[in-house]
Design a protein around this ligand. Structure first.
Ligand SMILES: Cc1cc2nc3c(=O)[nH]c(=O)nc-3n(C[C@H](O)[C@H](O)[C@H](O)COP(=O)(O)OP(=O)(O)OC[C@H]3O[C@@H](n4cnc5c(N)ncnc54)[C@H](O)[C@@H]3O)c2cc1C
Length: 396
């Protein structure tokens, strides 16, 4: 939609081909229905892919340009003071879609829905676009903005990759990103639904891959919450290399280890004639206590005075470095984003035109670029859409 608006602004005659009955279905689901459309802290370290390529797109149309354009199209927006996430003031994702559709209508852009593109052929002079129903359309230029494979019920079912491959492009193997982590642990059911603040870090083959702090959500088979979702792409990368990724959870991230040790020793003394599980009440959520004691190999009914330095050390490890092997991530149907996609070496970063097929352009998640949670993926869609739309319409 952003590409279409930008190209139409340059005078191009645009038709959007959309396989679903309406455009922008995914947009309505973004940000839990609020649409986190950008982020005021749009630093490069929130993006994954070739940094030079990504930077060249943002140097042409960045977050400020995006917000200004949205304002000019009639969108009123607000940003959080802490995390910088940008939302429509109405907090309704539908506002963003309404504004985009209004801008498209004003520029004479046709929305051709229930139109599945099955094949794109480059002829000597133009493109032939073959649709599911048997129709064939002709176009001078094509912008392929079919998304990745995440949440296929919202339209992006990976068919864009097939279309690009048919035209000779290479795809870096797509994997689900921004998705829940899965583990196979006996405690899972007892913690289902628990939400706590923690810091987590993901390690693989002895190396720390990423660390995050924030609210984590225990599920019946793994972990959710923004810090966990952000780790998904790395989990899949590790498993692909046949390395087991291990999550290290610190349940007391605001305390130094010396303080924790002292607190535990003081508590063992205070509750000396009582079972050890009593001594942990209020330090961590009550549902975690039996799980952590099991992790530290301490029977719950052990009397505090019977614990010497060694089990207290194990308990401390369980509290600040609880290690859980991750066996995978949830599948495409739960994923918000696709890691991998069209290899960006095959695309000119100044125009987003294909290096292999003149007149073919790419925008959005279909390329091998993905961002963290927080509005970064939509910002990539807006910026790359603008560059592709402007270049595709440029007939000079
Ligand atoms: C639940 C959810 C919440 C999210 N929340 C946020 C958020 O708050 N902030 C954020 O930055 N990002 C968020 N994202 C990610 C963001 O929505 C995507 O990165 C972004 O929409 C990608 O834009 P796109 O235009 O490249 O692809 P898409 O939005 O996937 O659009 C591609 C379109 O192409 C159509 N299409 C695909 N194949 C064909 C075909 N063969 N023929 C015709 N049409 C086709 C699809 O139906 C679809 O409408 C979220 C994603 C999900 C799933």
């Amino acid at each position: 939609m952003m590409a279409a608006i930008t190209a139409a602004e340059q005078g191009a005659n645009i038709q959007i081909l959309e396989r679903l009955p309406r455009v922008g279905k995914k947009l309505l689901a973004t940000g839990n229905g609020h649409c986190n459309l950008s982020n005021l802290n749009s630093e490069m370290n929130h993006y994954h892919g070739n940094p030079d390529f990504i930077q060249l797109i943002f140097s042409q149309f960045d977050r400020n340009d995006t917000l200004e354009l949205f304002e000019n199209m009639g969108l009123s927006w607000i940003a959080e003071s802490d995390f910088g996430r940008v939302f429509p003031r109405s907090m309704q994702a539908s506002s963003v879609l309404d504004i985009l559709r209004n801008a498209m209508a004003q520029r004479g852009i046709t929305e051709n829905c229930d139109a599945t593109v099955q094949r794109i052929e480059r002829t000597k002079h133009d493109f032939l676009i073959k649709l599911g129903g048997g129709d064939t359309l002709q176009a001078d230029r094509v912008i392929l903005a079919a998304g990745g494979r995440a949440s296929p019920n919202m339209g992006s079912n990976g068919s864009g990759f097939t279309l690009a491959e048919q035209l000779g492009h290479s795809i870096r193997t797509p994997s689900p990103a921004i998705v829940q982590l899965i583990w196979d642990e006996p405690f899972s059911k007892s913690l289902k639904g628990l939400k706590i603040q923690a810091s987590i870090s993901l390690k693989s083959d002895g190396n720390e891959l990423r660390s995050e702090i924030g609210e984590i959500h225990f599920m019946e088979d793994g972990l959710s919450g923004i810090p966990a979702l952000q780790m998904a792409r790395l989990v899949n990368e590790s498993l692909e290399k046949e390395q087991i990724p291990v999550l290290h959870i610190n349940l007391l991230p605001d305390l130094q280890s010396d303080d924790i040790h002292k607190q535990l020793m003081d508590r063992m003394d205070h509750f000396k004639n009582q079972p050890v599980q009593e001594s942990l009440i209020s330090l961590v959520h009550k549902r975690l206590i039996p799980v952590l004691l099991k992790e530290a190999r301490i029977p719950c009914d052990t009397i505090c005075s019977q614990l010497n330095e060694s089990p207290v050390k194990s308990l401390m490890d369980a509290l600040i470095c609880w290690k859980i092997p991750v066996t995978g991530t949830r599948s495409w149907s739960s994923a918000q984003v696709t890691a991998g996609g069209i290899v960006t070496d095959e695309v000119y970063p100044s125009t987003l035109e294909s290096k292999l097929v003149p007149g073919l352009y790419f925008a959005g998640e279909i390329m091998d670029v993905d961002g963290d949670c927080g509005g970064y993926n939509l910002q990539w869609a807006w910026s790359s859409g603008w560059v592709a739309g402007k270049s595709a319409a440029d007939i000079s």
